[in-house]
Write a protein that binds this ligand. Sequence first.
Ligand SMILES: Cc1cc2nc3c(=O)[nH]c(=O)nc-3n(C[C@H](O)[C@H](O)[C@H](O)COP(=O)(O)OP(=O)(O)OC[C@H]3O[C@@H](n4cnc5c(N)ncnc54)[C@H](O)[C@@H]3O)c2cc1C
Length: 420
Amino acid sequence: MNASAKPILVIGGGIAGMTAAVEAAEVGYHVILVEKEAYLGGRVMRTHRYFPKMCPPTCGFEINVRRIRQNPRIAIHTMATLESITPKARNFRAIIKVRPRYVTGEYSIDESLAEQMTSEREDDFNLGMAKTKALYMPHPMAYPHTYVLDREALSDEDAAKLRESSPAGAIDLDMREDEIEVDVGAVIVATGWRPYDAVKLDNLGFGQYQDVITNVIMERIAAPTGPTGGEIIRPSDGKKAENVAFVQCAGSRDDNHLPYCSAVCCMGSLKQVRYLREKNENARATIFYIDIRTTGRLEKFYYDLLEDEHVTFIKGKAAEIHKDSGNGDLTVDVEDTISGDNLHQKFDMVVLATGIVPNLADLKLPIDLKYDEYGFIDGSTGIEGVYAAGCAGHPCDVSRATKDSTAAVMKAVQYLNGGE
Ligand SMILES: Cc1cc2nc3c(=O)[nH]c(=O)nc-3n(C[C@H](O)[C@H](O)[C@H](O)COP(=O)(O)OP(=O)(O)OC[C@H]3O[C@@H](n4cnc5c(N)ncnc54)[C@H](O)[C@@H]3O)c2cc1C
């Protein structure tokens, strides 16, 4: 390790960014980790459980948090983004903008203080399906485990309550945006993904029918920490979902939407079928697919489900979803490409497996990187010393994202030591 090496800047604190941070710090490099949300963990934290082991996302997360806590070489900035970055001969001068949290984190805040608030905000962790108080913990396992205050949502009355009742120094209602200037020697971009906007799939009824949901919504509904306490129920009437369709490639592998395969949606849906079947032994699931893509050891997960009599696989791309006026059931119109039959099957809920769009597709970083036509940084970033990891580079699962991160750290270390 080069003792005089400058720190590595990691942009994005999802599983890819956290892995890059701990890997680099554990071989002796200083790391500055910048995350735009108030907590680390990224999209994985919003899943109920993750394949293939079906463990809760907190498992691997807690190990990473422990590694971060034990390592003084990692500096974390949450609610932070990169304002500017100037590359100059093995040195990048970066300005990081930190939004005010209004909670200093220096004193613990009692839950009852948040409970006293009457002002509320949309719970973005639960995709707007619930509300939180204006003073809120982003989610039960949030790291850093520090409250956030939504100043815009806070009423004058609640602001007065906070002034009176919060411990001195715990809340600063006048906190301002901060700017931090740092010199770093290499950069890892781990800015991740967002789901494809299902509203654009106008034949599939999302946004039109409440009981057409997406795979990311299903993750929150199935999670005990989610808006339904883990009950898989139809949003329209709270009835237990017993007969659920899973529509694969909702917008993916489609030239009008996302021409590429998002690599994880098949496994995502198979996993969600397991959520449904484990919670309700009478529930039935039907999966409409073009191809089931479960490579390597993931194939077993698929084969196990093929044994389940309550699970049906139909090869065909859903053409249209509409709603019966009577009982509110949804009908999926599809051509079964094996039998050649045109099917019109009824369900009480439909889950659209929407694909992965890189966050950088429209929200570019303030540095001139080389993107592919979809906004991923697959391969070279076009700037020496800058490397991509995880879904910033391509759609991938956690296992692949973490391997990418280790590889990106290796490249960064080589660069810091005079390589290219
Ligand atoms: C429905 C569904 C279910 C899935 N289930 C599984 C599963 O069970 N098992 C599995 O292995 N994989 C699963 N995946 C895939 C998994 O979500 C990804 O592999 C994982 O999220 C990739 O991590 P990442 O760090 O690259 O991206 P992300 O999780 O998106 O993290 C990126 C982080 O960067 C932050 N960020 C973004 N832009 C900026 C910026 N400009 N500045 C600072 N920070 C920024 C974000 O806030 C976020 O915290 C699933 C995917 C889907 C769609």
